[in-house]
Write a protein that binds this ligand. Structure first.
Ligand code: ADP
Length: 546
């Protein structure tokens, strides 16, 4: 016997319809590429999303056809999210920080038919467009009178002209909730980029997950500023979660430096923001150098790489901003875990909880986790034994687009677990802690050293602005850790002093063998330290005494 409840497919169009009808007056604020501030509401966004849907149809893009974006976080990008997916096409967000050769590869692999891009990427598109034969329409995200006439790009139209002639009423089609809605390529830090294809169903369920009280606790009273780019894992689902609860959105555009972010957070009374640790490092440097305070900012979601304890403590103790450490990846939509206390922590003070927050948190309903050893056996949840981290759930990848076979590891129920490539521990309360990327973990004398642990300790030293730890080949121990450090301007520190800093913090054999001071450390397209590049830079380096 089936239940007798209404069978509404979970479609992305229902989010924008809901936001328009129930929270139509909430603001969407965007700092544009031009530097000015654009302001409108969810109701306006909904109307213009309808125009996008018509434009995509008029362009002849078929159901499931790909419409690509090369864009910052902003209102036009939001309209493309809803207009393209809502109309049953696939919005393919591309990371503009990728190498042009990789961009061309991705556009061709995805077979994008329309590509919408920001004016700041005009030179980039001029360089790649002849190599992208599937793209039949190029859309410049600008006003009609700003379209350059000598761009050399055929079939180029301004976004405002493209959607301007279309009706702002559109009947969103109903179709299978498992249809593809969005596409995002992994950043390729660990190999060739692979395409993850989100469905309507996975996106909506994930948006519910993001909004849960033990994750962001997002509500209709919030003003959310996603710093995490909309071109990388859908800005962690925040543009969808905001519509689902009726929160305001504030988009920073390309200005992600500490000063620009601080000013936007204050001017727009932002209550919650989300981004990677490197962004928060810049924000903290700005507020501390200028002795500033946050007036409304209450929560801050940190993920993408490990949040150092020093950062969590500074935000919470010095600025009164609650830090929520979360973990995920492109393949997991991305929310996998988030840190929130359990009832047993209620007697602890906020400060007593802080050291626990270096863990990446616990699973929320919708995902399940496990850790396994080399033979595929589960390892205990004791907070000490590490294993390969597997995850499953309705917003976790089943297969890559055009991928050969399935990457899943089957279990006795044949459901399948996605192997994350991360190494982690899980404690008796279910809190997961990433030890490392399996490729970054340092294997020394049969034991493993977590590069994340070494880095977290280093950045707690006042003289360290940025730190990275990599393994260097060693004839006896296989590999030994070496610490690379960028010093904070104006503060001196010696190699010996930094090594001494580890003495009471980790086992002796885990202390790095050397410290190398650098002017800068290479970051990848998503703001993470590029360890592949660092290893390349160290290829002629010899450990002391070897
Ligand atoms: P890519 O895998 O293409 O580099 P992702 O953004 O998908 O890009 O990266 C996901 C990876 O980032 C995770 O597998 C994990 O290694 C790392 N990561 C994400 N969040 C955290 C976190 N809070 N702490 C430590 N590592 C994290």
């Amino acid at each position: 016997m089936l239940g007798l409840m209404q069978d509404h497919p979970l479609l992305i169009s229902s989010l924008i319809e809901f936001a328009e009808r129930h929270h139509g007056d909430r603001a969407i604020v965007s700092r544009r590429v031009e530097g000015d501030i654009h302001r409108y509401s969810w109701a306006d966004a909904a109307r213009r999303s309808c125009q996008v849907a018509h434009a995509v149809e008029a362009e002849g893009v078929p159901f499931s056809g790909r419409v690509a974006t090369l864009a910052w976080n902003g209102y036009r990008h939001l309209e493309l999210y809803y207009g393209v997916s809502g109309a049953g096409r696939v919005v393919h967000t591309i990371n503009p920080r990728l190498h042009p050769g990789q961009l061309i590869w991705i556009v061709n692999h995805a077979e994008d038919q329309v590509l919408c891009f920001e004016t700041s990427f005009l030179p980039l598109v001029q360089a790649i467009h002849t190599h992208c034969p599937t793209v039949r329409r190029w859309v410049l995200l600008c006003d009609a009178d700003k379209l350059p006439h000598d761009s050399g790009i055929p079939n180029l139209v301004s976004y405002e002209a493209w959607i301007g002639a279309q009706s702002d009423r559109y009947t969103w089609p109903r179709f299978d909730e498992n249809s593809a809605a969005g596409m995002c390529y992994t950043s390729g830090t660990t190999g060739d980029p692979k395409a993850v294809l989100y469905s309507h169903r996975s996106t909506i369920l994930h948006a519910y997950g993001v909004a849960l009280p033990d994750v962001t606790g997002l509500s209709a009273c919030d003003v959310m500023l996603p710093v995490v780019p909309m071109f990388h894992v859908n800005a962690w689902g925040t543009p969808y979660a905001a519509a689902l609860v009726g929160a305001s959105l504030v988009f920073p555009g390309p200005a992600l430096d500490g000063k620009s972010l601080y000013e936007l957070i204050e001017a727009e009374k932002v209550t919650i923001t989300a981004g990677v640790p490197t962004i928060w490092q810049m924000l903290l440097a700005h507020v501390s150098a200028n002795k500033l305070r946050f007036s409304r900012l209450a929560r801050l979601l940190i993920g993408g790489s490990a949040a150092p304890l020093a950062m969590i403590e500074t935000f919470e103790n010095d600025y009164g901003v609650k830090a929520i450490h979360a973990w995920g990846m492109t393949e997991t939509s991305p929310l996998g875990t988030a840190w929130a206390p359990k009832a047993k922590h209620m007697d602890l003070s906020a400060q007593q909880c802080q050291p626990l927050k270096v863990k990446q948190g616990r699973a929320i309903f919708g995902v399940d986790l496990k850790i396994i050893d080399d033979q595929g056996h589960d390892v205990p949840w004791d907070g000490k034994t590490y294993g390969d981290l597997l995850i499953k759930g309705p917003w976790i990848l089943r297969a890559y687009y055009k991928g050969q076979g399935s990457p899943l590891i089957r279990d006795e129920h044949a459901l399948g677990w996605f192997p994350t490539g991360d190494v982690a521990t899980i404690d008796a309360d279910g809190y997961m802690q990433i030890t490392d990327r399996s490729k970054d973990v340092i294997k020394s004398g049969g034991e493993w050293i977590s590069s994340i642990d070494i880095e977290n300790i280093a950045v707690a030293h006042p003289a360290v602005a940025m730190a990275a730890c990599v393994g260097v080949p060693h004839p006896k121990w296989d590999e030994r850790p070496v610490l690379l450090v960028v010093k904070r301007a104006g503060i001196e520190v010696s190699r010996e002093e930094l090594l001494r800093f580890y003495e009471d913090k980790i086992a002796k054999w885990q202390i790095p063998d050397d410290v190398i001071f650098m002017d800068s450390i290479a970051l990848g397209a998503t703001g993470k330290i590029l360890k592949t590049k660092l290893r390349e830079q160290l290829k002629d380096y010899k450990l002391p005494g070897v």
